[in-house]
Design a protein around this ligand. Structure first.
Ligand code: ADP
Ligand code: MG
Length: 340
């Protein structure tokens, strides 16, 4: 049975960056405003995340890593309008099958914190031990895939794996204004990513992607069609709101296009949109053809497919052709206006 579980875990958690993404989303779902990530050897040796969120109550700890334990989904109908990033209760379960995992947590209003370790979805004896703590949660994942040699062999170098982790943290750092996010290699005094809760989104871009990118970003704002609220039915009319930041003519072109895309708060990929925008920059601004683009897209929740496979980053949504065309037109007129 554990073999099956290990294989299933490998499907949800493919590499350190995917484990980290799940942990980061949990910290955000817990309402954290401070999140720090520490990594050793590209996450193979250590992935640690500390947040100041809601914490986990002692009574909830024994089942924390059971499959389908989630505090976020009460009934199936919730799925249509779910506002949290997680809802499957699969991530921690999977991670516990393929690593050494420990959790230190203190719920808001609790007297103590507790520390507990997990193995194969179960709490290890003797169970939660009281410890001095501050409100919030620290999850430590060591020796990821220690028991799945094939998965381990498929990983890239520690440097490359760390790069993928920075990519995930960087995207959330730009999106999550109001949250102070840091990411560092264990032992380094200077973090590689460090944003403040009070900083603007442009400040976050500067901190993550550098001054060159942040210097002349153009603000983008799109509003098209009807509402984007939870009441709009699946087959309702298109409703679209976008806020974005896009590089302009003076951006010296990166090595590759960066599209930081969030749809209804989820970090996703959308290849048709990426290709469309790449094509547009290539035509209008050949010298700055590999743009840097951030888009915070809002669509009616019922028209976005959230129940996709955890590793499948491509998002599906209704009215795709029209939505992409609206965004393309807005980017085009912004670039033309700024280039006059
Ligand atoms: P999901 O996010 O889909 O609910 P997970 O396996 O990612 O499932 O997490 C299981 C549960 O553990 C969550 O529903 C939440 O209640 C709790 N949890 C995990 N991480 C944290 C955290 N950092 N702070 C508070 N609660 C957490
Ligand atoms: Mg989760």
């Amino acid at each position: 049975e554990n073999v099956v579980n290990k294989i299933a875990a490998g499907e949800v958690i493919q590499r350190p960056a995917s484990a980290l993404k799940e942990m980061l989303e949990n910290s955000l779902d817990a309402g954290s405003t401070q999140i720090s990530v520490t990594v050793k050897e590209g996450g193979n040796k250590l992935l640690q995340i500390t947040d100041n969120g809601s914490g986990i109550r002692k009574d909830d700890l024994p089942i924390l890593c059971h499959r389908h334990t989630t505090s976020k989904l009460r009934q199936y109908e919730d799925l249509e309008t779910i506002s949290t990033l997680g809802f499957r209760g699969e991530a921690l379960c999977s991670i516990s099958f393929v690593s050494h995992m420990s959790v230190t947590t203190m719920a808001r209003g609790a007297q103590y914190g507790y520390r507990v370790t997990f193995k194969d979805s179960e709490m290890e004896p003797p169970g939660p031990r009281p410890v001095a703590a501050v409100p919030g949660t620290t999850i430590t994942v060591e020796d990821l895939f220690y028991n799945v040699p094939t998965r381990r062999k498929a990983l890239k170098s520690a440097t490359e794996e760390y790069g993928l982790i920075l990519d995930v943290v960087g995207r959330y750092a730009v999106y999550s204004t109001g949250v102070a996010l840091t990411c560092r290699r264990q032992g380094d005094s200077r973090p590689d990513i460090s944003t403040t809760a009070a900083g603007s989104r442009v400040d976050a871009v500067r901190s993550v992607y550098g001054t060159e990118v942040a210097r002349e970003l153009l603000p983008l704002c799109v509003s098209a069609g009807g509402g984007t609220g939870p009441e709009v039915p699946v087959d309702g009319p298109m409703g679209l709101r976008v806020e974005g930041l896009i590089s302009g003519a003076n951006y010296g072109s990166g090595k590759k296009t960066v599209l930081v895309l969030f749809i209804n708060g989820r970090c996703v990929e959308c290849s048709p949109l990426r290709r469309c925008l790449e094509g547009l920059y290539g035509t209008l601004l050949p010298k700055a053809a590999r743009p840097w683009i951030f888009l915070d897209v809002r669509l009616p929740p019922r028209q976005v497919e959230v129940n996709m496979h955890p590793t499948k980053r491509e998002v599906g949504f209704m009215h795709q052709v029209e939505v992409i065309e609206e965004i393309r037109r807005a980017v085009e007129s912004k670039l033309l206006a700024s280039n006059e």
